[in-house]
Design a protein around this ligand. Sequence first.
Ligand code: ZN
Length: 58
Amino acid sequence: MPRIIDDGTELFEVGDEVVGDFRCSECDLLVTSPEEADGILVLPACPLCKSPEWRRAG
Ligand SMILES: [Zn+2]
């Protein structure tokens, strides 16, 4: 489940099942859920900076 931080942004974290585009909360890396597997992406730790937190892009 995402949690809401002070400015209203939803923060998602490692293991959350998401659909759509997400950016790393630390380095802004973009990840997109796949077309297969019903479009569900299980969020990983960021491959660049290892941050566990993501926010929805766009
Ligand atoms: Zn990152």
